[in-house]
Structures are given as structure tokens and as C-alpha cells.
Ligand binder design. Sequence first.
Ligand code: ADP
Ligand code: ZN
Length: 748
Amino acid sequence: MWGGAESLFLSMVELVWAEMADFFHEDDLVAVLTTQPLDRFLDYKAPEGGCHLGAFVEVPLGPRKVIGVVWGPGQGDFDYAKVRRVIRVLDVAPMRDEMRQFLTRAGDYTLTPLHAMLRLGTRAPGLGDPMSMCKVFRLGDQVPDRITPARSKVLDVLRDYGGLAFTLRELAEMADVTASVVKGLVKLGAVREEDAPRDTPYPMLDPDYASKSLSPDQAGAADTLRAALRSDAYGTTLLKGVTGSGKTEVYLEAVAECLRMGRQALVLLPEIALSGEFIARVEARFGMRPAEWHSGVTVTERRRCWRMVGQGDAQLIVGARSALFLPFQQLGLIVVDEEHDTSYKQEDGVLYNARDMAVLRAAINGAQVVLASATPSLESWANADAGKYKRLVLTSRFGTATLPDMAAIDMRTQDLPGGRWVSPALQSEITKRLENDEQSLIFLNRRGYAPITLCRACGHQIGCDDCDARMVEHRFLKRLMCHQCGATKPMPTTCPSCEAEDRLSAVGPGVERMGEEITALFPDARVAVLSSDLYGSARAMKAHIAEIAAGGMDIIIGTQLVAKGHNFPNLTLVGVIDADLGLQGSDLRAAERTFQLMRQVAGRAGRADKPGTAVLQTYQPEHPVIRAILAGDEEAFWEAEAAERKQAGVPPYGRMAGVILSATDVQAVFDLGTEMARRDGPLRRIGAQVFGPAPAPIARVRGRHRVRLLIKAEKTAALQQALADWVAQFPLRGDLRMAIDIDPQSFY
Ligand code: ADP
Ligand code: ZN
């Protein structure tokens, strides 16, 4: 007979068992992982009072104290008497089992040592500091004998928020009184002053605060996502729909369901799209602001976010890719918005792709993933095609807005003098918009004034002193800039090679130069140039874009910055200066990127009630990519592109890895590269091929020479293990460095 008492007893046994497995008593040996560059766990004795598996601890290491995580029972291969003791357990929630698994598996996948993974998982400022306290104020039990209007305002606020406590500043602000009024009430006992942890829980979001009534299309998609969440199991869904079709609206419904279930949700956005606009939208939907995690967040707020996520007191986090490594307690949903965006790939330090790692993390946590995009990556398209991901498509735009008409301007038929890039056809389109008081966007994916500075006397092109890249003129800053390493120098007046005076000239267009040309063509128009380097801060940039969107400009000239998620309701024309840019080049994803970028840019036009037009200046109107864009035939594009990649055995139908070697001595790098290519036994055993060594596309960065080897393998090959065995044969001497890039995105 199975009944109440018995099952209760069973669950208590389980509890005790869990307790035993997860807890170490004082003097037990524990294995601690620290963020120090060591490739092993260190044994310590558990501290007085014991510690939990996963506890964040401070341990002695040589003469120092470092922070680490209790990863499991100690190995015990040292003299027990000499083993040192954990100094203390930090005042934060222990790392969960899922998180340890996630760091381990993500490290195995990217061939990153575990200590470096732990560093990603402990990016909390002041993690080792004691919990910091502050004064808060709540309703006291005395009634003041004399009540002034200011005093009653304070008491009203405290009564309205029944029982809640506020900092002095918050309370004074909300009651609109000075701090001294509050302090006066404290003296009278009408308000109570208390110590409270400075990091406070985030306010609760209300999943039913303000949901919109959805179109049938949207409602169907939202239902499917809600059902997936309720399954309490892992699953990934590709949510595809043109810009403005309501993808955000739909995935916010999935977030709402996740919150109702009492689980945490994470929305990842490309850093550039993390705007006040988006946060305001979340607040409008759920009544309160979510927690934020990105480079624009203050140190104090980051500390609060990390801790609150860890104790389950932040329900929804909106963040950039590194938010994936926050210590979630019960993660239920990860949304990766603009999933195709290249900024999800971290290209420095640990080389990981946040989109792929989101899927891994969710699989470990039994959580759902939503990948949202108007123009999914071929990887996600292929996964959906193969049935690994569900696919939801929002077909129509919400309301009356429609996709713009698209047309090519065949540049071979346009009469253009040298040094000019706006064709007569494009010019007349802009003129029409000016006459109707509508906005035009001129898109060119090149920052600066001109990509090349050429000496007309000797043919020398000015390059960076430290890299192999050409310097780009930034006339606005009156400097030359290397887009690879960021080095700048003043614009010279004589050629650094032949010393001829005043013979340097700008070749090719950048957005600043387009600004000049457009201003000359339309002297009465209000023209704005949007390029990330023209702003002192991300905030200044966002403010400017908001002002422009509100209609403050007639013609906007921009780089890919403008292709990301901004709304320009009065915009009805998008002109692409060079649609062919990106079709050339050795990058296997060039066609895909061009296709995505063009569609996003085109998606800027006609958002509101006015239809838009997009025109593409091209010298190759019959190129399959250009034709697919114009026809709006995505499936045709994907199928053609998939067929080509299958044929070539490249991702997502084959596997690739890059190995970048670098050193100050060019000979040393090439020697090592050659040696590695020669001793490729471990790779050959799995049927993989090595290409190179070749100079990396940017062959010198910050004075270091870079050489690249590319490895290609079949989809099913055990690539990581083979790579690890292979590179282990070559110890790095001197200042030689090696970086392994699994699934390289950019071929630099
Ligand atoms: P996407 O994420 O696909 O670009 P959004 O979700 O941002 O699309 O929707 C575009 C615009 O249409 C937004 O301003 C949004 O508030 C509005 N919108 C979308 N769906 C609805 C709806 N069902 N009711 C009201 N407004 C909606
Ligand atoms: Zn440089």
C-alpha cells in the first residue's frame, strides 16, 4: 500500500540522502576549483561548520587568498596533515549542479580550461566582500502628535506600499519631501530606521499586467511556446518573422508563462540593441523593470544582479551574451533575439557562441530556448529543417505596415563621375522623399571617411604600424585609424614613403564621405551621419538615434548600426550604396551576411502606415544573393546556400576549427605552424584535414604576427578530442600563443 505517510517517509529518506551527498562536514576533504590558471582541482579541508557542494569559498593558495568553488570530494592524494583549510564560505548561494555541468561541457566544447570557464561564471564585482548593508526606512508604530502636510505625505507613501522599506533617498523622492522630514519622523518613532542588505530583490513582475490582444498568427505562436514551457523539458524553437511581425510581442508571452511557473527567464540581445526602448517595453508589459546585465550597467547594479539571480530574486534578466553565465536558480526560458547576429560570438578570450551555449545551458536545465530572427543563421535554419528545432513563422506584419518594395539599380547603366557614389536613380528617389517630408536612409557598411589613403606620387597606401591593415581616414576626428587594433595617428600632409607633399588622396567611400556627397547634392536637407565612432558613449548614440527617429532629420547615412532594431516611423526609402560589398571575400558566410544585412536594412523602411521602398546599387544584379533579396524569396536563398555548403562539406554540414598562432617573431610562428601541419596524426585519425599555415587575413595585430591553420572534419567526427591530442604535442615557447576557435565565425 502506497499512501501518504509512507511516501512522506520515502521523501524524507531522499532528503537525508541528498543532504549527505551535497554536504561536507568540517575536516572532510573537498576539491576546490579556483580561477587561477591551474589545470587541476586543489584539495582543502572543509571549514568549521562544513560547506555545501558548489559553495563559493575563499582558500589559501601560497601566500594569497583566492576565490573558488567546492567542486566535489577531495582526491586525497596529498598528506592529509599538510592539507590547508578553506578559510570561509562566501555569503552567496552555492553554485548549482547544472551550472557546474554547463561550465564543464561548454569548456569541453570550446577547448577552454575549466578555470577560465569559472572566471566567466564569477564575473560578479565584490564577490568576496561581506554583504554590504544600508539604512532603510519603514512604517513605525508611534503616531506623531503633530502632523504636517509633508509628514503625512511620507506616512501615506509607507502605508500605500504596505510594509515595504525604502532607502532615505527613495522615500524622500517618492513623498516629494526633504530627507529631514523623514528623519524627524524617525525621532518621533513614526518611521523606523533599520539595517538591510544593500542588494535588494528586484520587484516582482506581473505576467498578466498588460498583454496585448494578439493577431491569430501571433496567438498561435504564443500558444505553442506556452505549451512547450509547460512541458517542463528542454526544447528549442526558431521564431521567424519579418521585422515588425510581432516576434517580441510573442516571446514576451513565453516569458510571462515562464514567470507564472515560478521559473527565471533570460532575454539575450546583441549589445547594441540593449536600449532603454526595449526595457521600457518590458516594463509596459510586466509593470516593473527587469534586471539588466551588460556593459552599460554600473558595478553596484551588476553586483546586485548577480547575487539576486543567484538567490532567485530576479525573475527576468535582459542582457548581453555574458548574462548566460549568471547563476540562475531555476532557469526556464532563454530567448536569443536576433539570433543570427555576429556579436553573439565572443572573439576574445574564451571563444564561444552565446547562441549555441544557450541551447546547451537550456538542455542541461530542462529549459526552453526561443531563437528569434527575421533572417536566421543557416545553422538554425538547418537545425529546424532537420527537425531538431521547432519552427514558428509569423507571416504578416502587424497592422498595416508592409515589407518595402525592392529594386536594383544596375550601376553599369548609371552615369557617375569618379569619386561619386550616389547614382542619378537613387538621387531622384531621395528628391521624391524630400518633397513629401519623408525620411531616407543611405546605408554603407564602412565607417570613417575613406577606406584607403593613397599617395598619388608613389602609390603608397598608408597602413597601420602595428597591424597589416590599411588605416582608415576619419575626417571628423582629423585622424587615421586602424579598425583592427584601434591605433590612430594624425593625418599626415606628406607621404610617409616618398615624402611628396600634398599628394595624399582619399580613395573609396566611408559614411563620412557619403555625408559630404549627400550634403552637396541636397544642400537644404537636414543630414545626419550615424556611425558608432562619432559618439562619446553608447548613451549619446542612442539619444541621437531616438531624436532622428522622431523625425528630426531628412536623410540619415549609416553603417550597420542602423540595421539593428531601431524604429524610424517616417522612413520610406532605404538606399544601399554598395550591395556588392560582402559578396567578395573569402568568408564562407559572406553571402549569408549580405542577405541578412540587406533584408534588415530594407526592413527599416515603411514601419508605420507608409509603404517603403528599398533600392540596391549593384554591379552584379544577376548574382543569386542579390536576386534572392530582390525577390524576397528566402527559402530559395537558404536552399541554394545550403546545397553549396553541403557540397563543400562546411558548416553546418561539416565541422571546422581555426587555430591562430601568434608571436612577435614571424619566423617562430611560421615554424610552429609548419610543424603542426606536418605532425597531424591525431587529426588524420578522425579523417580531418588541415589547411595552412597561412597568414591570418589580418596578419599582424598589435605587433604580433598571426598565422592560421584551418581544420575541416565531417559532421560526426570527434573533433575536440583530436584537436586536444594534436595541440598537446606542441608546447609553447617564448611569447608564442595559440587560440583555438571551434566553429569560427569570422575568418580573422
Ligand atoms: P518584431 O520583434 O518582429 O520586430 P515587434 O514585436 O517589435 O516585432 O512588433 C512591432 C510593433 O508592432 C511594435 O511596436 C509592437 O508593439 C506592435 N505590435 C505587434 N503585435 C501587436 C499586437 N498584437 N497588438 C498591438 N501592437 C502590436
Ligand atoms: Zn593596427
